[in-house]
Design a protein around this ligand. Structure first.
Ligand code: CP
Length: 296
C-alpha cells in the first residue's frame, strides 16, 4: 500500500490489512515507521490533523507540519512544487487536506506517498475507516445492519466516503436530508437509497449519523433557516427519546450543536462520536505503518 486517496481506490486486501492492523494497534501492538510524514492542511482541522500527529507518535514517525499561513504558498508556490520540496527535505509521506477535489490523486504520481485527509467535497478515506471501526466495535458484524445518514450530503466528503464504505461492508444505508442538500440520484450513486420518511427510517435504523451543515460552503444561511432545518432534519433529543429502540449515534465532527444534532446526545452511552475520534488515531497509525512497510 503506497497511497490512500479514496475509498473507491482502496483494494479489498488493503482494506483488510488496515482493519486488521487497526485492531492490533488498539490492543497495544507496536508498529514503526521510522521516517518523516509531512502534514499539509490547507483547510482547518482539529480531529484529523491532531490524530495524524498522535498517529505519528505511535509509530515513531517524525511529523513535518506545514502551516499554509506561514508557508511559501503565500508567495504563490503551488502544491506540486511544495510536494517536491517536501520530498527533497526527506519526507516519505504527504498527508494533505485541501479544498481542491482530486488534488491528492494528482499528487500521488509525483514520488511521495500521499494520504488524503479530505479533498473538498470529494473523499475523506481515513474518516470512513475510523467510522467503520467505531461502528463494528459497537455492532459487531456490519453486514445487514441499517444505517441512516442525514444532513448536508451535497458538500460532504464524509458522506461520499463513509456511505460508500458502509455499503461495501454490507450495510443497508439510507440517506435523508433536504432536497437541495441531497440531490436526485446521489444516494443511488453510492449504493444507498433515499429515505422516503425520515421518522420511519430513524425508527428502523441501527445507527444514525448526522452530517454537518457546511456553513462555509453554503454562503449566507440565516438563523431562521437553521431552526427550520433542526425541526425537520435534526437529530434532536426529543426526536431521539421518542424512539422505542434507540439507534447508535454518530457524527464525524465538528458538529453544529443544536442544529444537526442536539448537544445532550453527544455523550450518551449510545453515542459513538468520541469513539470515532479515538478510532481515527488507530486507523491513521495503521495506515502510516502499512505505507512504511510498503516503502521499506
Ligand atoms: N471529521 C473531521 O474531518 O474533522 P476535522 O475537520 O476536525 O479534522
Amino acid at each position: 500500500m503506497r497511497h490512500l486517496v479514496g475509498i473507491p481506490e482502496l483494494s479489498a486486501p488493503e482494506l483488510s490489512a488496515i482493519l486488521e492492523r487497526t485492531s492490533e494497534i488498539a490492543k497495544g501492538a507496536i508498529f514503526s515507521f521510522p521516517g518523516a510524514v509531512a502534514l499539509a492542511f490547507y483547510e482547518p482541522s482539529t480531529r484529523t490533523e491532531m490524530s495524524f500527529l498522535r498517529a505519528c507518535q505511535l509509530v515513531g514517525a517524525a511529523p513535518l507540519r506545514l502551516l499554509p499561513e506561514r508557508a511559501s504558498v503565500q508567495k504563490g508556490e503551488g502544491p506540486e512544487e511544495t510536494l517536491k520540496t517536501l520530498l527533497a527535505i526527506g519526507a516519505q509521506v504527504l498527508v494533505i487536506r485541501t479544498p481542491e477535489p482530486l488534488l491528492p490523486h494528482r499528487l500521488s504520481h509525483l514520488g511521495l506517498s500521499v494520504v488524503n485527509a479530505g479533498d473538498g467535497a470529494h473523499q475523506h478515506p481515513t474518516q470512513a475507516l475510523a467510522d467503520a471501526v467505531a461502528l463494528s466495535r459497537a455492532l459487531g458484524e456490519l453486514g445487514g445492519r441499517r444505517m441512516l445518514v442525514v444532513g448536508d450530503h451535497l458538500h460532504s466528503r464524509v458522506s461520499r466516503s463513509t456511505v460508500a464504505l458502509s455499503v461495501r461492508l454490507g450495510m443497508t444505508v439510507e440517506l435523508a436530508g433536504p432536497p437541495d442538500l441531497l440531490p436526485e440520484g446521489f444516494a443511488e450513486m453510492l449504493g444507498a437509497t433515499r429515505s422516503q420518511d425520515f421518522e420511519a427510517s430513524l425508527a428502523q435504523a441501527d445507527v444514525v449519523m448526522a452530517l454537518r451543515i457546511q456553513m462555509e460552503r453554503l454562503g449566507s444561511v440565516g438563523a431562521g433557516d437553521l431552526a427550520a432545518y433542526r425541526r425537520e432534519w435534526g437529530v434532536t433529543a426529543e426526536r431521539y427519546q421518542r424512539l422505542g429502540a434507540q439507534p447508535w449515534l454518530m457524527h464525524p465532527g465538528p458538529a453544529n450543536l443544536g442544529v444537526e444534532i442536539d448537544p445532550e446526545l453527544v455523550d450518551l452511552p449510545r453515542s459513538l462520536i468520541r469513539r470515532q475520534v479515538t478510532a481515527g488515531v488507530q486507523v491513521r497509525a495503521a495506515v502510516l505503518s502499512l505505507i512504511g512497510e510498503a516503502l521499506s
